[in-house]
Ligand binder design. Sequence first.
Ligand code: SF4
Length: 445
Amino acid sequence: MNVFIKTYGCQMNERDSEAIAGMLASRGYGIVDREETADILIFNTCSVREQAERKAVGKIGFIKKLKKQRPELIIGIMGCMAQHLGEKLFDDLPHVDFVIGTGQLHKLPEVLDSIIAERRQLALLTGGEEVLTSLGTHYRMTGTGEFQAYIAVTRGCNRFCSYCIVPYVRGREVSRDIADVVAEAENLAAAGVREIMLLGQNVAAFGLGGDTDPPPEGVSPFADLLAELNRIQGLCRIRFISPYPSYFNDKLIRTLGALDKVCHNVHLPLQSGSDRILKKMNRQYTAEKYLEIVAKLRQVMPDITFSTDIIVGFPGETAEDFNATRDLMRKVGYDNAFIFKYSPRSGTPAAEMEGQIPQAVREERNQLLLKELTDYTLAHNKTYLGSVQEVLIEGPSRRNPGRWSGKTGTFKVVVFKPAPETASGDLVNVKIIRSTAATLFGELV
Ligand code: SF4
């Protein structure tokens, strides 16, 4: 039977879809990239925003027609929305055959066996102890090249930021064994993977046993993991996303600076530059502490670039709070930022807070930050002119197939004219001759 998997949301979901596809392929299912050719449709969903849920429900509702034409079609919902809405989904979408929560993805093959045999609706939403063991399975179905791979190292989150639904739908933080992650990375490197991206809702909490507090100085199992991975032959780049700022102690910062394969680009979610708003968000750092981490990282990696997540228009955000965010953004100088207009997420404390900000104000603040971000990246990218950058080649450029593109270790997109021997996954040196806010252009040297 053929399976089509549609993925919504973050890299963790993409990684889960790879694991799902891997499990099914090893049991003889075919993985297809068009829903018309599938016998089983799986929607791996996101719950972070209500809009994301509406989008998935709309899409799944739309295929009711297809199920009428082909009653034998099996339709399933997995991921965060499945966990969040559970069996209620059967009320709105009666043509759906199964709903599987975030901790039960490893049970998918048995669920399918049961549905194929008995043709009845099934929901599986509790008991996720084994899920970590299924994360090592790989099936390359995302947009990443064969030489790049995601590795999930933790799942869940213990931080309970007041606007976020993740701890409720992904559960408490759990980490894989270090040996298990290293073995997976070794297998990937042996298969030709050159760059790995370590994933976790709070990836830097790896190995802390679910402790709710950031580790004391001198303790960072995540740093130990990076050191182990750095030794693997064939791997040339290690990236990770997303670390909670408070987990950057001196041990982790020193380790990041010392390991030659760790990329000099850190995604450091800020959310707000105002201490008052950070407190309301239940983010356990201050603007000053955040800037101290940035300064220490710059000390050990002078060419480091930063990206971040920002929420504008959080309940009670005054013009002064917003200006504190602008000020902090200027001080850091981000090369990329995911700037979200706050949208209330039912089931989270922030949705009940007083002082919800009008949509027009959120929009205006969002636009202003986007403009300031572009101004900064335009100016910063000019500083690359004339320099030679090491680029990991990804393939032909999407806009101009006559050009190829890749990324620097600092996560800059570089477009260049290929040589006849140019191949994806190669590391090359490129001299930068032109730049825009989003892209560096260069020639092979
Ligand atoms: S750290 Fe906060 S924002 Fe990130 S997943 Fe955990 S609760 Fe959500």
